[in-house]
Design a protein around this ligand. Structure first.
Ligand code: FE2
Ligand code: FE2
Length: 148
């Protein structure tokens, strides 16, 4: 059975995929603004929470798990850079849609890797009690961002 924490992360991933697609194909200012914010809200707290929980955990689980976790966290870093630039960009800027599409490509690739590699590894290494604990850390991180 899939742990509720993993279910939660998978639901977030589908939101990110949906909003990134809507943002990449947005044709007017209203949609660009709406889906940029929606993608930010679905993505930024998620990657901060993952860094503090699952990737922190995997970093301490041997050389191979650590190498994978470091790579995933670097992908989060690229997400953050692109997201930050996109949030600061004028909606009419010529590169708006190009940047949104690159963020979508980078993030979709990252989501697939998490679902195919990192989550199964996590489920094989962590007990249910550890996953409960990681879920709490994840949610605490998310809430701290919302209060900022
Ligand atoms: Fe991630
Ligand atoms: Fe994720």
């Amino acid at each position: 059975m899939t742990h509720p924490f993993i279910e939660h992360l998978l639901k977030d991933h589908n939101k990110q995929r949906d909003f990134a697609e809507k943002l990449s194909s947005a044709e007017n200012r209203e949609d660009k603004e709406k889906y940029r914010q929606a993608l930010y809200d679905a993505l930024y707290p998620h990657i901060q929470g993952e860094d503090a929980s699952i990737f922190d955990f995997l970093s301490g689980k041997g050389e191979e798990a650590r190498a994978g976790a470091l790579e995933a966290m670097q992908e989060h870093h690229v997400d953050r850079c692109l997201l930050k630039e996109l949030m600061a960009l004028d909606l009419d800027d010529e590169v708006f849609t190009a940047k949104a599409k690159v963020l979508q490509e980078v993030n979709d690739h990252h989501l697939d890797e998490e679902e195919e590699e990192h989550f199964p590894l996590l489920q094989s290494l962590a007990t249910d009690a550890e996953l409960d604990e990681l879920f709490e850390i994840y949610e605490t991180t998310e809430h701290e961002i919302e209060e900022d």
